[in-house]
Design a protein around this ligand. Sequence first.
Ligand code: GLC
Length: 428
Amino acid sequence: MNVLLKIWKRRSRLTRIAILAIATLTILLTCILPVLTQQRVKITVMMQALEAAQWQPMEAKFEAENPDIDLEIIEAPNATNLVEDLYTSAFLLGDSPYDLVYLDIVWVPKFAAAGWLQDLNQFISEDELAAFLDGDVNGGKYQEGLYRMPFRSDGGMLYYRSDLLAENGYDPPETFAELIDISRDLQEKGVAKWGYVWQGRQYEGLPAMFVEILAGFGAYWVNPDTLEVGLDSENAIAAVEFLRETIDEGISPPGVTTYAEEETRRLFQGGETVFLRNWPYVAGLASQSDIAGKFALKPMVHQPGYPSGACQGGWGLGMSATTKHPEEAWRVIEFISSEETQREFVLETGYLPSRRSLFNDPAIVAKYSYYPQLLEVVENSALRPPIAQYAQTSDILQRYLSAALTNTMSAEKAMKAAAAETRRLLAR
Ligand code: GLC
């Protein structure tokens, strides 16, 4: 040691600085840089832009707790079918650039049947899955496999202006007719411009909304077990006529046939409509708007004698069959679906959790008092048919329903044509 010290002291100042610089660089190159760069595995997932922004805090927390993983979130358009098209093209082109797939519940059979996803049963037990809502778990299954871990559940609801109803002596409506009557009265009194606003654009949101009207009329779309098609039944045609009536009578704006979720949310938040059909995410956002404290939500209206239907929606993570990093990808899924992450995300955004216990979680109920009631709604939901040909089935319904709503075809003609085309598709 003494010898080294003597040699060091004999060197000029410049040489000492050079030695120190070389030593620092060597340590940086050999020890620190590899940790920072080479060992970080990149896990990529794509999702709708609205949600990508909401995932930022989770992403930051995950990366802080897992310094060896770089979670990259790619933004896509907000409409579910556009995101589905982007994933589909990526898989059809070969090795998908995505390690994880953020899946809408209705894509699962198609993606699983095509062999694009890994069976997650290798990572999780039935016991662990029992903590999640049945509808969400079942929606992630295809044949014997589990292809999607549920993250957030979803169910269609009826929002109403509780202040306007109370001021005018109305209870919240139970039936379609009551909804029309209250709307008409409040519009005539000049209390609100529109009565009822819903998603009428030709996209996936249209059948999602429509299965609720079908359920409320005691009708169905496709029976997933027998593949029978119910779109041309008298009650299904009446369901379409109800929607047409809302437009013809000026209860709904003519532009409703071009609206997706966000357009309808803005009208509701802007105080322009008494009723709105939408998903639970609206409650979180509307609570920070001018109508905060002036609205409530309830299960969808229905015909007397028939049940109320909430469309089963929801999102979760699947793992791409071609990912080179299944262990790291699973760590992301585990983190995202954990109770703690879901609680924080729900508190922040107002989305529904997929873990049953969180609907009665004290912190969540303190913020959203209506959550225990929502559990009942999502546990009795109306399904879009969970079949591998769902995307084409949905396209057919979207086309004909849109033709009926825009007055290009009568409700009866449109539903008969939709039923016939769906039968031909399912017979193939
Ligand atoms: C919501 C639902 C999803 C549905 C979509 C339709 O995101 O969670 O299941 O397909 O809305 O727009």
